[in-house]
Structures are given as structure tokens and as C-alpha cells.
Design a protein around this ligand. Structure first.
Ligand code: HEC
Length: 134
């Protein structure tokens, strides 16, 4: 009771609605965000495209369909980014694959070669490919 006794009752009356309304604002602001928001800034699609063309296209193909020139020689086929199996994965899941790669897979991790922002840009470009026309 020692702590409570030091706080004048009027403060509590004022503070409680303030805390409640800021909690409410927090909930409203969070609800406004897109469902998966690994993105901390607007993605740079031009940079994403340049990185994709340079580092990913050979396996993943021009349109992200897993049919790049190197894909035929791979023991594991690259996925088609336009299929639901890829589309339904969260940004976090795909970023994890880009960052760390898959064990025993030609898809190695890009951590150390690409900066965080570059991985996010390239992911944004993959998402764009997945949703563009044929
Ligand atoms: C040497 C060929 C190769 C290169 C280069 C390559 N990938 Fe991959 N990638 C693969 C393969 C193969 C898989 C499937 C891995 C598996 O199933 O184990 C894959 C999987 C992925 C996935 C997971 C997709 C899903 O639906 O699960 C993402 C995302 C991805 N690659 C992004 C990239 C990005 C971004 C780059 C360039 C920075 C890149 N890859 C470069 C071969 C490659």
C-alpha cells in the first residue's frame, strides 16, 4: 500500500483514461498495417529488380517461375513464385529463406552478400512478379 498512498487519487483518475486511450490508439494503428509487415520503409522496386536480375534470375527465371537458365542443372527445382505455395508464405518466411537459405539445397543464404534492405527490396520485387500478368 506504500506506493499507492504516495500517489494522490486525482492523478489516478486522470491517468487511467490517458493510458486507455493511448492503448486504444496503439491497437487502431497496428490494425491499419498490412497483415505481414517485415518492411520498415517503402521498398525500392528498381533496386529489387536490379538485384534479382543479377543474383536470382539465373535460377528463378525472368518472371519468377523457377525456369531460369541454370534451373535445369539443379538437384532441387526452384519454386514458382506465382504459385499459391509461395504466395501464401509470409514475408517473414520468404525473407528467412533468402537470408539463411535451405539446408542441402542450391538456395544458399544471402546474409553477408545482401544487406537487410536489399533482401527486402528483392522480396518486394518477387511479390510484384508473383502478382503481374503472364
Ligand atoms: C543456384 C540457384 C538459385 C539462386 C541463384 C537463387 N535461388 Fe532462390 N531458390 C532456389 C531453389 C532451388 C529453391 C528451392 C529450395 C528448396 O526447395 O529447398 C529456392 C527457393 C527460394 C525461395 C523460397 C520460395 C518458396 O516458395 O519457398 C525464395 C524466397 C528465394 N529462393 C529467393 C531467392 C532470391 C531473392 C535470390 C537472389 C538473391 C535467389 N533465390 C537466388 C535456387 C536459387
Amino acid at each position: 500500500m506504500g506506493n499507492l498512498a504516495r500517489t494522490p487519487p486525482t492523478d489516478k483518475v486522470v491517468l487511467r483514461p490517458m493510458i486507455l486511450s493511448s492503448l486504444f490508439l496503439l491497437v487502431v494503428e497496428t490494425a491499419d498495417l498490412p497483415p505481414s509487415s517485415a518492411q520498415e520503409y517503402p521498398p525500392d522496386l528498381e533496386r529489387g529488380k536490379a538485384l534479382y536480375t543479377r543474383y536470382c534470375r539465373s535460377c528463378h527465371g525472368d518472371h519468377g517461375e523457377g525456369d531460369g537458365p541454370a534451373s535445369e542443372t539443379l538437384p532441387v527445382p526452384p519454386p514458382n513464385f506465382r504459385h499459391l505455395r509461395s504466395i501464401l508464405q509470409s514475408d517473414e518466411d520468404l525473407l528467412k529463406t533468402i537470408e539463411h537459405g535451405n539446408v542441402f539445397s542450391p538456395m544458399h543464404g544471402w546474409r553477408g552478400r545482401l544487406a537487410d534492405g536489399e533482401m527486402q527490396d528483392v522480396l518486394a520485387y518477387i511479390r510484384l512478379l508473383a502478382h503481374s500478368g503472364p
